[in-house]
Ligand binder design. Structure first.
Ligand code: RUQ
Ligand code: CUA
Length: 664
């Protein structure tokens, strides 16, 4: 998210736009106190207390940090290619990035949701959204790899996503940009937004055993921008709450035209009712096209399947399914407290934070305390749903997290601060500056039924003077606060990869011991595996050449290959024969318009190479794996197309010819 200062029109039109431009907080400088270093120090060889999964924004990646040290543990490519890991370059991983538009190697990753059991994070999977070409991904926490990507039809900017229910029944994804549904022509005038554009929310089921995702059904409603969401929990389990802006239904200059109404809405959806309607066959089948991509750990290969249908419920047709709650003004974050009773709407342009009561919402529905309808959806009276307002919290409230003591923490983008307030009496208890322009906040477990109360991290959009200058671009940053006492205390700054939006963290113990250390070679069902050096070979099939290549410290088998011709399609199916932890081998060959491969122990991964010139091509292992790593290499001889150099391959037998010492 970026706010700019130079829209003169907006400035002239709307005085409050001034406030959108972040101001520098007071007390800039070191707000860090003496014992901060001790609080974040994790001695060499010791482990961090939490894993923190941080969205990478427009990097399309997810990064994993240790908390409290702020050490970067891993970068996981999700909606991105990653030459370090060969992700998106190997033949096995390319299908992961397939969509109904073809291969899309990038996306904009904003939010993460970890799988939950009984309202607590269970450490099995992390889900993440792709904003641009609407997709959701699942990352398996035994391998720290993306193992599934599901495209979402009828969606135009998957921002309100992904959000999970408390037993991982559904992962939910709402469209930011409303668009004409995929089975209608999108070739309509843009200014027919009101008539032709729809806002769609996808309910994605998650298989309890293997995590596989499928679109269970979609809800189609009025054209608005769905921004963020959270599932109900505890007493409000069965409900979903979505913040909506642009309820003005503007299709141009939203900065002004989507900021006219005093209140937009939080959309409250009873998904148990939706489930029943679907069961009763009330859904309408709609023809669409979307990709479902899954990675199989047995074959170490992804497949992409194009699917053709979704079941849709039109929100306005089913009384009892959905209600609108007025919420000031252009709400962004929509957060539910650990008890499930309080729903916090953070209006970006509001000078207060409304807190709604689930019980009051239920009563308002029973009493029909409506003030009218919005596109056929009943609108509950503001006061009938409101528990109370947090007064004068700061400027530009965006997101709220909770601790284990009944407190809430709200990020203030404009006034660059975190504000702590009590959920019961709505009194502001403390505020601390952020450097600068904070977006999301994260308390480990802070949006679940069981938050912890030790740390809070602010993910900032602007870094300015916090680090050494690195040219025009500075990295975004995270800031770690100790929230165990009454007052929040800043204890660490560290840069992030890409622009962080939401993040989640869990106690390391939940994940650490489940980590897969290597893949068993006997379980490898890759069609081109070579389970030992004796199985290594090179097979020609017309223009295609399959190299079954094995890698073990410290040689490639085969390491001499001749008889390859210009224009051949060469597939190096590289199997790492190691059966030990932390011994990947890499593979690269000169001139391949591709990346390297990084092959885990017991895994088979394929690099495609089309040699275009006659010559001698060295290949080698890219990962320093042993004292003789530099020796882990070989040669491929490429002859002209049509050459009759026979196809040969070997390791250790193709000895120098006696008369080959031609150096004079
Ligand atoms: S958003 S910085 Cu894309 Cu979650 Cu609020
Ligand atoms: Cu294998 Cu270096």
């Amino acid at each position: 998210m970026k706010y700019t200062c130079h829209n003169a029109l907006a400035l002239a039109a709307l005085a409050f736009v001034f406030t959108l431009n972040a101001c520098k907080p007071k007390n800039v400088g070191s707000a860090v106190s003496g014992d901060a270093a001790a609080k974040t120090y994790v001695a060499p060889g010791k482990y961090d207390e939490f894993y923190n999964f941080v969205s990478g924004g427009f990097s399309g990646q997810l990064s994993v940090y240790g908390i409290p040290s702020g050490r970067l543990l891993r970068v996981i490519p999700v909606f991105s290619v990653d030459p370090e890991k060969g992700w998106g370059y190997s033949e096995e991983t390319k299908p992961m990035l397939n969509t109904s538009h073809g291969e899309v190697p990038w996306d904009d990753l904003h939010h993460v949701s970890m799988s939950q059991t009984n309202g607590e994070i269970d450490g099995r999977w992390v889900f993440a959204n792709g904003n641009n070409t609407p997709r959701v991904a699942r990352i398996d926490l035994t391998t720290f790899r993306t193992t599934e990507i599901l495209e979402l039809p009828n969606s135009g900017g998957n921002h309100s996503s992904p959000f999970i229910t408390e037993n991982s029944e559904y992962l939910v994804a709402g469209t930011r940009f409303s668009i004409p549904p995929d089975d209608k022509s999108g070739d309509v005038p843009i200014n027919t937004y009101k008539q032709n554009f729809k806002g769609t929310i996808s309910f994605i089921s998650i298989n309890k055993d293997n995590g596989n995702m499928d679109i269970a059904f979609q809800l189609q409603g009025p054209g608005v921008n769905l921004d963020l969401s959270h599932a109900g929990k505890g007493k409000s389990h069965g409900w979903f709450f979505f913040s909506c802006y642009n309820t003005e239904q503007a299709n141009t200059l939203l900065e002004v035209n989507a900021s006219r109404r005093d209140k937009d809405f939080i959309m409250a959806i009873n998904w148990k009712v939706a489930e029943e309607l679907i069961k009763a066959g009330k859904g309408r089948k709609q023809a669409v096209k979307y990709a479902s991509n899954r990675f199989d750990e047995k074959t170490h290969t992804a497949t992409s399947t194009i699917k053709n249908e979704v079941t849709v419920l039109d929100l306005k047709d089913f009384p009892g399914l959905v209600y609108m709650i007025p919420c000031p003004k252009s709400p962004h974050g929509c957060d539910v407290d650990p008890t499930g009773e309080y729903i916090v709407g953070s209006g970006k342009l509001a000078a207060l934070i409304p807190v709604f009561s689930f019980d009051k919402i239920q009563k308002a529905i029973a009493d029909k305390a409506f003030e009218g309808d919005y596109e056929g959806i009943p609108v509950i009276k503001y006061d009938a749903a409101l528990y109370g307002e947090v007064k004068k919290p700061g400027l530009g409230p965006l997101h709220t997290e909770f601790d284990d003591k009944g407190n809430a923490y709200t990020s203030m983008f404009v006034s660059s601060e975190v504000v702590k307030w009590n959920v019961k009496d709505l009194k502001v208890l403390d505020r601390v500056p952020t450097y600068y322009s904070v977006g999301h906040l994260m308390v480990p477990g802070g949006d679940t039924r069981k938050p912890t109360g030790k740390y809070l991290i602010a993910y900032n959009k602007i870094t300015k003077d916090r680090y050494l200058p690195t040219g025009p671009e500075l990295s975004q940053s995270a800031q770690l606060y100790d929230i165990s006492g009454d007052k929040m205390q800043l204890i660490l700054d560290y840069p992030t990869i890409g622009e962080p939006h939401y993040a989640q963290a869990v106690p390391a113990a939940l994940i650490r011991d489940k980590s897969i250390k290597f893949f068993k070679i006997e379980d490898n069902n890759h069609p081109y595996v070579a389970k030992g050096e004796a199985a290594a070979k090179v097979v020609r099939d017309g223009k295609k050449v399959h190299v079954y290549l094995t890698m073990i410290r410290s040689h490639l088998t085969p390491d001499n290959i001749e008889g390859i011709r210009v224009g051949d399609e060469v597939y190096f199916h590289t199997t790492n024969l190691e059966q030990d932890w932390d011994v990947p081998h890499g593979f690269a060959i000169k001139g391949a318009i591709n990346a390297e491969l990084l092959v885990m122990p017991g895994e088979t991964t394929t690099l495609k190479w089309v040699p275009e010139k006659v010559g001698m091509y060295p290949m080698y292992c890219t990962d320093f794996c042993s004292a003789l790593h530099q020796e882990m290499s070989g040669y491929v001889r490429v002859s002209p197309a049509g050459s009759n150099v026979p196809l040969t391959f070997s390791t250790g037998t193709n000895m120098p010819k006696a008369d080959s010492a031609t150096v004079k």
